[in-house]
Design a protein around this ligand. Structure first.
Ligand SMILES: [Zn+2]
Length: 456
């Protein structure tokens, strides 16, 4: 045997031995696996036998799988109408049509909005019916109003409006302005909508961009409407608010005069909503309107950015609204000119004046109706007239486009009603601050008794 042959023989033997070992190992593994499988199979069959439900249990199990009625909430998406919403919920065309027919008696399907919530109840498809059977639909219109459409005994849809009881809950927020009224009042539990109402109501008297100082006090009284059943809530109205600005306290009260809408009044019963005077000069006639016109001096077409009031030289010119003088003096073709800033948005300007009222300078405060100057023809003017401009965010706009109503003041019986309401509000606030004081409802009855001593 050559040395090469003996090497080959030895390696063949080793290979054979290795293969044998592998086969044995595999056989053992297979045996193990098979035994396991058999054991497991025995276990599962045993379990199956153990868990075979008795007759009563069987019917209960199937009831869980297919309940008789299913409730579902449907979303109203942009561009949806009733048909598309119900189509998505797989309600048949026939049922959708008859449902809409019933619904129309109290609610126009066109009024469906994306913020409406829809709830449906239906019988799932079964052997009897291949489609869902819609039995009830509820549209939540608001916190207090639901539209309900239900199948009657004959299977016909009937629609009705359901009004839920609402609880009015009074809340208050107060403190010092640290960063901004908005941020601080939110921290104290006020709702953004309420703060927005407050800023709007105060905007006639307060310049929110300039007037505040850190440490100024604020106070809000508002209500929340709560659904008595579901306890869902939404903000109601701002009832009262106060601001202390540079040591001066200003109050506003919500009040609804008879035959009118709710407005805000100060403690004297004067409406806080102050418009601008329609004519800042008494007895003047309009000689030039806002818009494009042929310029009387220059001859070509030019935009006239104000209203001209023709009046004799020296006729007093009044501030159209309360505010601060931001410009007074000679101003190019405007001649003698005054600009009054009323709030963060609106200013008014008065041009061609022959002179100014005494003592006025930049920064002077003026009241609505206060005489600030006199009609003249300074600057580029053909005759004596007042050129009057209304500016919104620094740009001239047509004064005709905003309402200019003088402030209203409550009088007589209406003022008395307001004062009684005001007292009630103050008590309510006191009651919220200190719950041990007399409940406002009791006080309301007392006030009524005082006002009508004969009625009990
Ligand atoms: Zn003009």
């Amino acid at each position: 045997m050559s040395p090469l042959q003996s090497i080959m023989q030895r390696s063949t033997l080793r290979l054979l031995g290795g293969a044998f070992l592998i086969i044995i190992a595999c056989t053992i593994a297979l045996w193990d696996y098979t035994t396991q499988q058999i054991e497991q199979w025995q276990l599962t069959t045993q379990q199956d036998e153990d868990c075979k439900p008795c007759e009563g249990e069987e019917s209960q199990a199937s009831a869980v799988e297919t309940p008789e009625f299913i409730d579902e909430t449907l979303d109203v998406k942009r561009g949806d109408n009733f048909t598309s919403v119900l189509y998505r919920a797989e309600i048949s065309k026939d049922q959708t049509l008859s449902l809409i027919k019933a619904l129309k008696t109290i609610f126009s399907p066109r009024d469906l909005r994306t913020d409406h919530k829809l709830f449906i109840t239906y019988r799932p498809p079964s052997e009897k019916s291949a489609t869902k059977d819609l039995t009830r639909l509820v549209i939540k219109l608001s916190l207090e109003k639901d539209v309900v459409v239900e199948q009657d005994e004959a299977g016909l849809y009937q629609a009705r409006l359901e009004t839920k009881e609402l609880i009015h809950e009074y809340r208050h927020a107060e403190g010092k302005i640290e960063s901004s009224l908005y941020v601080d009042a939110i921290k104290q539990g006020a709702h953004p909508k309420i703060i927005h109402n407050m800023i709007q109501a105060f905007s006639y008297d307060v310049d929110f961009q300039r007037s505040f100082q850190a440490g100024d006090d604020y106070c809000l009284l508002f209500d929340f409407h709560k659904n008595a059943e579901s306890l869902e809530e939404e903000p109601g109205d701002l009832i009262y608010a106060c601001l202390t600005l540079q040591g001066k306290k200003i109050h506003i009260y919500r009040h609804t005069p008879k035959g009118s809408v709710a407005q805000y009044f100060n403690e004297k019963g004067e409406a806080v909503k102050k418009g601008l005077l329609r004519t800042p000069v008494d007895g003047a006639r309009i000689s030039g309107v806002f818009g494009k016109r042929r310029h009387p001096v220059l001859g070509f077409t030019k935009m006239h950015k104000g209203i001209d009031f023709a009046a004799p030289r020296g006729t007093p010119v009044m501030a159209a609204g309360s505010g601060k003088i931001v410009r007074i003096g000679r101003f190019s073709t405007y001649g003698n000119y005054i600009r009054v800033r009323h709030n963060s948005k609106y200013s008014t300007a008065y041009a061609h004046l022959c002179r100014y009222a005494k003592g006025l300078k930049v920064g002077s405060s003026v009241r609505q109706g206060q005489v600030i100057g006199y009609v003249g023809c300074t600057g580029r003017a053909t005759g004596n007239h007042l050129h009057y401009e209304l500016l919104a965010n620094g740009k001239q706009i047509n004064p005709k486009h905003i309402k200019m109503m003088p402030a209203a003041k409550l009088k007589g019986a209406e003022l008395q009603r307001f004062m009684a309401n005001k007292e009630l509000v103050e008590k309510r606030l006191q009651n919220l601050r200190d719950p041990l004081t007399e409940a406002p409802e009791i006080l309301a009855k007392k006030i009524l008794r005082l006002a009508n001593p004969l009625k009990r």
